[in-house]
Design a binder for this molecule. Structure first.
Ligand code: AMP
Ligand code: GLY
Length: 423
């Protein structure tokens, strides 16, 4: 089978890496890929958002399956385009992608289908929002409706913080039209956990739990990023909680999508808060997590290809139960100094050869490129240094030993990834 993976980050490197181990896969292309992906797949110089060009490429190369990494092409309707052309693609249609693309829509969907989530109000103009904030009790959470690169959420401890968030989103339009509407919701307390389900719109298979670390600094402090590290499994997520989430979140979600007539053949990522009143959904994403995928796929003992292929075909129920290794996995993100703000690119990365091929480790590339035969930094998140082992502690030690070997100017990483598992 010829497979195209769309995207060029650490998540896509993990998908390409796992697919390359499949006996079913004869050739992998990746658009646009990165320096690490180049050793496993043929890179295609098309950006992930160029959906028409991607379809043209798939036609020309007679690709059997396309797997979409990031959300932007899903929201741009890549799946609808492929379906009109009779092509197999792993991902939800444009309407299903609204679960991530519009927080207002996602909230309304959750309420309609009885999925537990924080109580909320929606506002379409700033004056009404300020008015509400004056009478509200704190803390509360202000969210831009649309996509904001993970920066659209403010947990406000007091009025002035909430007021500032509304001003930035609705008046200064820092996220452009993503801030035309906002959600103001109850602040939930508890441990956060990410749970993924692969679905073909009829049945679904949930994957093991993951925790990621969104804040840039140690101790979960500072601005939120796309994720500074992750580990799996999350010990707080017991089998009993998994059953509750299955019954209260994924069952009503999948049957709700079906009732709405929404074609969803892809992955759904639930960001959950484990509150004293039970698990509640903070958000849904319509794609694999980054860096969550980098810790999930090394633990998957089954072939990834039939899972994605049969989900895309609407035949997920024919897939054999997935086998998972007992190992725990951790991923430490090495970022460029300044991320998630401004950062420099083009710094040579050293030490990559020394860490290649070590037992149960993998350095997934995110923002990397080749420049005069050297691997250089090309993004905020540069590498996902990943290790897995019989215990989380052993995996963490191994990942940090690797990270110390890899050097580039301005390299920054958190030293406390997975700390929550040991508290
Ligand atoms: P989201 O993009 O909706 O996942 O929000 C980003 C982060 O904001 C989450 O990972 C949480 O840490 C936090 N957050 C979002 N919604 C809430 C909420 N209702 N209560 C407390 N924290 C929240
Ligand atoms: N790591 C969080 C995300 O992929 O959205």
């Amino acid at each position: 089978m010829r497979v195209l993976v769309v995207g060029g980050g650490g998540r896509e490197h993990a998908l390409v890496w796992k697919l390359s181990q499949s006996p079913e896969v004869e050739k992998i292309y990746c658009a646009p890929g990165n320096a690490g992906i180049a050793s496993l797949a043929e890179r295609v110089p098309i950006e992930a958002g160029e959906v028409e060009k991607i379809l043209d490429f798939v036609r020309a190369k007679e690709i059997h399956l396309t797997v979409v990494g990031p959300e932007a092409p899903l929201m741009a309707g890549i799946v609808d385009l492929f379906h009109e052309d009779g092509r197999l693609i792993f991902g939800p249609c444009k309407e299903g992608a609204r679960l991530e693309g519009s927080k207002v829509w996602a909230k309304q969907f959750m309420i309609k289908y009885g999925i537990p989530t924080a109580a909320y109000e929606v506002f379409h103009n700033a004056a009404e929002a300020y008015n509400y904030l004056q009478k509200a009790s704190y803390p509360l959470v202000v969210k831009a409706d649309g996509l904001a690169a993970g920066k659209g959420v403010t947990v406000a401890k007091k009025y002035s913080e909430a007021n500032k968030a509304v001003r930035l989103i609705m008046e200064e339009k820092v996220f452009q039209s993503a801030g035309n509407s906002i959600v103001i919701e109850e602040c939930l307390e508890g441990d956060e956990v990410s749970v993924f389900a692969i679905t073909d719109g009829e049945s679904y298979i949930t994957l093991p739990s993951v925790q990621d670390h969104k804040a840039v600094y140690e101790g979960d402090w500072g601005p939120n990023t796309g994720g500074m590290g992750a580990y799996s499994p999350a010990p707080v997520f017991t089998e009993q909680l998994a059953r509750i989430v299955d019954e209260k979140v994924f069952q009503p979600l999948i049957s709700g999508l079906k009732k709405e007539g929404i074609s969803y053949r892809g992955v759904i990522f639930g960001g959950l808060m484990l509150t004293a009143d039970g698990p509640k959904v903070l958000e849904f994403n319509v794609r694999f997590g980054d860096p969550e995928t980098q810790v999930l796929l090394p633990r998957l003992a089954s072939d990834l290809c039939p899972l994605l292929y049969e989900a895309a075909r609407g035949n997920l129920s024919t897939v054999a139960p997935l086998r998972w290794s007992e190992d725990a996995a951790v991923c430490v993100i090495m970022a460029s100094r300044g991320y998630p703000g401004k950062y420099e690119k083009g710094k040579e990365i050293q030490g990559l050869n020394e860490v290649t091929g070590l037992n149960k480790t993998m350095v997934f590339h995110a923002g990397t490129a080749f420049e005069s035969n050297k691997t250089v930094t090309a993004g905020g998140r540069v590498l996902g240094v990943t290790a897995w082992d019989h215990s989380l502690k052993a995996a963490v030690e191994k990942a940090y030993r690797l990270a110390e070997t890899i050097k580039f100017e301005g390299a920054y990483y958190r030293r406390d990834i997975a700390h929550r598992a040991f508290k």
